[in-house]
Design a protein around this ligand. Structure first.
Ligand code: GCW
Length: 904
């Protein structure tokens, strides 16, 4: 059923609520408001009353799902997850399913006619019109509902229509104010915005408020007022015109296909609604490795359609531009930022953009970085390039986000002073004060590149006369690519709260990027989102990261736990045990990932020059990319001290620089980022570095396994499809965490020569290597990198069928048998595990994992549980290659069957 909204022009009937009603005093919690019934005002002459759906005429009541309501909720969640498992995307999948708890506010009217106010009113009507919501137990009569009214408008519109309502005179853009008066039977609710976008955010706050606390514990301030901490809250999409997405893990672009903007922009509208619901006000739709042709007139027409689609949700379009565009598409012989013809070209191009997209937000620029052209070609600075664009945008109110991700990717790794971490500060700090006022320098949170753990970029404290934005990654490029559950809000929060002590004063990053520490006009937070057509982020729980980004950009003081709980209540379920469990899982996930992929500030020990996914420890070394960790026989870590290293530590303000300058004062979790120490070096925790490497990897893998158990405890409490979907993902993750654990542990065991005090490294009880099996057809290969396979070797099949067979020699009993194989791209191999010739399990290697060679990207574990074995039994794995997947096999592992999934 379609809901129709009534747009009423109200004339300000002098309805003055009794003074006592304006200040509800103690009764300030919304559910328990007990007001004397007062007739709310009626509009004096409704105009353009399009239509009024009875669905909108709902009472002022907190909907509490009855017991019967649970069935409704389950059914709702069921349909939610049906959608999650198909390759499409709807806002419901993320967190905007119809709420099962809602403050209802009777008839909804928007005072203005702008698309944003229409969206706001529609949003409320959409929330209350769903059958699952209506089940909540509406008790009031139709007459009572008739008397309640919710009015959405800007502060100015509200003041004009309701002079007696005490709308504050100082609401800022994007700010909202919620006020209500009356009783359950009859009420007036006001959603006022400092501007239209503020009104929209007020509506989304109403929608979200019940999710901010457990049922019955909700307390609302009255009147409720909130504004964003940061003016710029953008997502960057790295979508290419051909529809592919750089570092995207959720299918193809919702914006582009075949070099053009897609015809079907319905997903873009749904995405804009999602973004608006958490206060995001800008969306950059194309890759920072920008395709210049997007600025061609026909492309701009398409982009204008995108802007039109996002506009009703207050999300402004922004674009990444190639600084060489005047030459590449403009026919000029140069793109020198100081050349008058170049300036004229940009001015004309920007004017053309604004004729099509009047609220265009601005440009993002990646220049002189990773092969992108830049001002350095002409001996010009980033400030020259940024100011060139800023001058063209300024008359229209547009801004430039100039990325500080500028570094030499041909650095000399033999030079102990060379250090990529220094680059942003070295290049941008000297330019402080030289940027135009509509330029914002956009800096990644850490000095390297979205690693699982890095220190905070010192550049935030190095630009005191420049507006700044912090860039983070929602798309999990180095943090498990959405195949691993890694809730990143705790990491972002750590960065936001980090006090850089600029000038010896309190200057946490969150205040610097808000523009308050150094009194800058602008500031913000930008997340590389990477949404695609596969359920937005390809994995249901990964959406908590997108949600958390929006919430933190709005209010960096929120805690990651609170945000996780809000998201869970809106998405997975409101049952307190569900909320507790999911929040715990989310909160443990990042520390677990750090534990098994690269602890102590070593960065993510992944394939740096390739997939950025599986383990590949040496790929960071001996090349110009500069993500070095300097693991060697004598020790590990990169000396970045002023005294003996690259001097990077000295880029921080004094107090922080002092902290990082000596190993003794550097926190353990960043030790190896700043110092090269022997493996026997003792951490503050008392452990040696090498023992910490062993312990943390075993701990991390156990934490990943525990996630499976925690999730398993939710069976029957949440939607069964969501349950099954996430369980399979977590089981995969637990298996891949073992791949990570074993790769890093065996690598450092070999390099250091120091055994694991606990005797685990290099000893794998129950493990039977494929290369030691009786092989039929399979041939033994060296896996590259060697640490990605157990003992460095595996077997592959170049026939139609091969097998590896072992004779079981252990004690009789029940066992789990894990088969570790490589699931390569380019085909679907099949495997069978047979016991004494009888198939125990058959499965297909049909995942989509990186790489066409067997390695840690695609090493995968399949566990057959509770198998009875006795000495002499024959264990046999049969592999049948498919396409270019050669059914490669690493080992099997026979471990006693226990209830826990630790044996994944
Ligand atoms: O982390 C690296 C990514 C690149 C990306 C670059 C950047 C868009 O691997 O894919 O390029 O960062 O942020 O510019």
């Amino acid at each position: 059923m379609r809901n129709k909204i009534a747009f009423l022009s109200l004339c300000g009937v002098p309805w003055v609520p009794p003074v006592s009603l304006l200040r509800p005093g103690k009764a300030s919690t919304l559910p328990s408001l007990q007001f004397r019934t007062t007739e709310p005002p009626k509009p004096c002459h409704p105009e353009r009353s399009v239509a009024e759906s009875k669905d909108l005429r709902l009472p002022f009541a907190l909907m509490r799902p009855s017991r019967a309501g649970w069935i409704g909720r389950t059914a709702l969640a069921f349909s939610l997850v049906t959608a999650l498992t198909v390759s499409a995307q709807t806002a419901d999948q993320a967190w905007l399913r119809n709420p099962d708890r809602l403050f209802l506010f009777g008839k909804v009217v928007a005072l203005g006619t702008s698309p944003i106010e229409q969206s706001a009113a529609q949003e409320l009507s959409r929330s209350v019109s769903h059958p699952a919501s209506v089940k909540g137990g509406i008790s009031s009569t139709f007459e009572e509902r008739e008397k309640s009214l919710t009015v959405v408008g800007t502060a100015g519109e509200i003041r004009k229509a309701y002079p007696a309502v005490p709308v504050p005179g100082d609401l800022k853009p994007d700010e909202y104010w919620l006020w209500w008066n009356g009783s359950q039977a009859s009420s007036l609710t006001i959603v006022a915005g400092g501007d239209e976008r503020g009104a929209l955010y007020g509506v989304f706050a109403i929608r979200r408020l019940p999710a901010t606390a457990e049922m019955g514990k909700f307390k609302a301030d009255y009147p409720y007022r909130d504004h964003p901490a940061l003016p710029i809250r953008w997502v960057d999409e790295w979508d290419n015109p051909d529809g592919s997405i750089e570092r995207g893990y959720a299918g193809r672009s919702i914006f582009f296909e075949g070099g053009k903007v897609r015809e079907d922009l319905a997903p873009v509208a749904a995405y804009a609604r999602l973004l608006a619901s958490v206060g995001i006000n800008g969306c950059n739709v194309n890759n920072v490795n920008a395709a210049p042709l997007l600025l061609a007139p026909e492309s701009l027409q398409g982009l204008a359609r995108v802007a039109n689609t996002m506009r009703p949700w207050g999300v402004r379009l922004t674009l990444s531009v190639d600084i060489a565009s005047p030459q590449k598409i403009g026919g000029l012989s140069t793109f020198d930022p100081l050349d008058p013809a170049v300036k004229a070209w940009w001015t004309a191009k920007v004017d053309e953009i604004y004729t099509l997209i009047p609220d265009f937000a601005g440009f993002t620029v990646k220049a002189d970085s990773e092969g992108q052209p830049g001002p350095a070609s002409y001996g010009r600075t980033p400030a020259d390039a940024a100011n060139l664009l800023a001058a063209a945008l300024e008359p229209h109110g547009g801004v430039v986000l100039y990325r500080a991700f500028v570094y030499n990717h041909h650095a000399d790794w033999r030079d102990p002073r060379a250090d990529r971490a220094r680059a942003a500060y070295d290049i941008f700090h000297p330019l402080d004060g030289k940027f135009a006022s509509n330029v914002i320098v956009q800096t990644k949170e850490g000095p390297i590149d979205f690693q699982a753990q890095e220190p905070v970029s010192p550049l935030f404290a190095g630009l005191t006369h420049t507006s700044q934005a912090m860039e983070i990654e929602v798309t999990q490029e180095y943090t498990g690519q959405q195949r691993h559950l890694v809730y990143l809000a705790p990491m972002w929060k750590w960065v936001l709260d980090f006090d850089l002590r600029a000038g010896g004063q309190s200057t946490p990053v969150k205040q610097i990027i808000a523009g308050t520490s150094f009194h800058q006009p602008l500031g913000g937070m930008v997340a590389v989102a990477g949404v695609g057509r596969d359920a937005w982020l390809g994995s249901p729980l990964a959406l908590a990261n997108l949600y958390a980004f929006g919430r933190l950009a709005w209010d960096p003081n929120l805690s990651p736990e609170e945000i996780a709980a809000e998201w869970t209540r809106q998405t997975v379920g409101t049952d307190p045990q569900v909320v507790r469990t999911v929040v715990n899982m989310l909160m443990q996930s990042w520390p677990a990932y750090v534990n098994y992929t690269g602890p102590l500030g070593m960065q993510t020990l992944t394939d740096i020059t390739g997939s950025h996914y599986g383990p590949n420890i040496e790929s960071s070394e001996n090349n110009g990319w500069g993500q070095w960790h300097r693991a060697a026989r004598d020790g590990v870590g990169m000396d970045r001290t002023v005294a003996t290293g690259t001097g990077y530590a000295g880029q921080y303000p004094q107090q922080v620089a002092r902290l990082y300058e000596t190993a003794a004062t550097t926190p353990d979790n960043l030790l190896l980022f700043f110092h090269h120490v022997p493996y026997s070096y003792r951490l503050h925790s008392g452990q040696t570095v090498i023992q910490y490497i062993y312990d943390s990897h075993y701990q991390g893998a156990a934490q990943a396994a525990a996630l499976v158990d925690e999730w398993a405890s939710l069976q029957g409490r949440i939607d069964p499809r969501l349950f099954a979907d996430v369980k399979a993902r977590l089981q995969y993750q637990a298996g891949h965490a073992i791949v990570w654990r074993d790769a890093i542990v065996q690598y450092f065991l070999k390099l250091s020569g120091i055994p694991d005090e606990q005797g685990r490294a290099g000893h794998y009880p129950g493990r039977l290597e494929a290369e030691d099996a009786r092989l039929t057809g399979y041939t033994v290969i060296d896996v590259m990198p060697w640490e990605d396979a157990s003992a460095g070797k595996a077997v592959t099949c170049d026939r139609t069928n091969c097998s590896a067979e072992w004779t079981y020699t252990g004690a009789p009993g029940r066992f789990n048998i894990a088969v570790q194989y490589f699931d390569l791209q380019g085909g679907t191999a099949k495997f069978t595990l047979a016991i004494n010739g009888q198939p125990a399990a058959t499965w297909a290697a049909d995942a989509t994992l990186p790489s066409t060679r067997p390695n840690g990207d695609n090493s995968t574990r399949y566990t057959v549980r509770a198998v009875e074995l006795k000495p002499g039994d024959l264990l046999r794995v049969e592999g049948a290659p498919g396409g270019t997947d050669p059914a490669a096999l690493d080992y099997i592992e026979v471990t006693p069957a226990v209830a826990s999934s630790i044996q994944q």
